[in-house]
Design a protein around this ligand. Structure first.
Ligand SMILES: C[S@@+](CC[C@H](N)C(=O)[O-])C[C@H]1O[C@@H](n2cnc3c(N)ncnc32)[C@H](O)[C@@H]1O
Length: 300
């Protein structure tokens, strides 16, 4: 039987996805907008909002026939708009939609049981899927935001990375936050009761610097070596730097077995070099989060 899988590229970064696909010798058999369909076994693509792991074809001779055939296959549906959107929308109207509710932090994100998604690249055929590498078939993650306490919106990336992996620092765990200013990530970690060493050339927001468990070291994040800091539970980095430099730092921490968990942002100026991304992939997972901009997140 034909094995199909697909990715949804992050809408604003389809070019980055194409470059990575070329680098990984992944040739789509079809593409529309940010949807790329492949034959064979699914592979990891970092510049993807979500991977559809097992895509099935279903004949759609009419709107009614397609809806009737899809209904017993899943309880709740999401529609990925692509080609034939009008026709797909009319089918979707006859299905129960997947509810979208903002998530409270911290919550381990999981796909609600019985969820599926479909799209149409051909007027006579539906492509549908029940298995995804993310908790939402379209890669969406929406949080109940805290607009009062957090000093910047960067905390949403860390919330998402932690909720996706279903793990976050326990009270008393030791975290290092590199490039911490103004303090969104430190605020997340300290709010969980963790002990945080925040490192930045610029000062923390005073509201964050005075939180229980927070200490601050002014200086270069790249001088924060495992040899001087000792072992930590979480190494977090949102430093603005070229990804090559971050890779060296992460490799050093991994080689020293100095951190149990990692959440680090790879920030790109200009085109993202897929070879550097592959370097991170040798050490852990690299994802494009719903809250990443021209960035990827390394987790381990
Ligand atoms: C995107 S901001 C971090 C935002 C932070 N995660 C938050 O949630 O508020 C990047 C930070 O990296 C810091 N930075 C850049 N290069 C650095 C270096 N070599 N050493 C220390 N901090 C650095 C900048 O001063 C800046 O505060």
């Amino acid at each position: 039987m034909e094995s199909l899988w697909a990715i949804l590229a992050p809408t604003e970064f389809v070019e980055e996805t194409r470059t990575e696909l070329k680098f990984k010798h992944l040739q789509p058999i079809a593409q529309a907008g940010n949807f790329f369909l492949f034959r064979g076994e699914p592979r990891h693509v970092a510049w993807a909002a979500v991977t559809w792991l097992e895509v099935k074809r279903l004949p759609a001779p009419s709107i009614g026939a397609a809806a009737k055939a899809l209904r017993p296959l899943a309880r709740r549906w999401a529609l990925l708009p692509s080609l034939h959107h009008r026709r797909a929308s009319l089918i979707f109207e006859q299905l129960r939609p997947l509810p979208q509710a903002p998530v409270e932090f911290p919550t381990a994100l999981a796909l609600p049981e019985g969820s599926a998604a479909f799209t149409m690249l051909d007027a006579q055929e539906v492509l549908w899927c029940r298995f995804f590498d993310r908790p939402d078939p379209l890669g969406r993650v929406e949080f109940s935001e805290d607009r009062e306490s957090a000093p910047s919106r960067a905390y949403l990336k860390l919330w998402e990375a932690l909720c996706l992996s279903g793990k976050w620092p326990a009270a008393g765990e030791r975290c290092v936050d590199l490039g911490a200013c103004p303090g969104g990530w430190t605020w997340v970690l300290a709010s969980l009761g963790a002990r945080v060493l925040a490192v930045d050339r610029a000062p923390l927001d005073p509201r964050i610097a005075t939180m229980p468990g927070v200490s601050f070291r002014k200086g270069d994040a790249f001088q924060a070596k495992p040899s001087s800091l000792g072992k930590v539970d979480w190494l977090c980095s949102d430093v603005i730097c070229v990804p090559e430099k971050l890779l060296e730092l992460v490799e050093e921490w991994v080689a020293a077995e100095a951190a149990l968990h990692y959440v680090c942002t790879l920030k790109f100026q200009g085109a993202a070099d897929p070879a550097v991304v592959a370097g991170f992939e040798r050490l852990g997972r690299v994802l494009h989060l719903a809250h990443n901009k021209h960035e990827l997140t390394f987790v381990r």
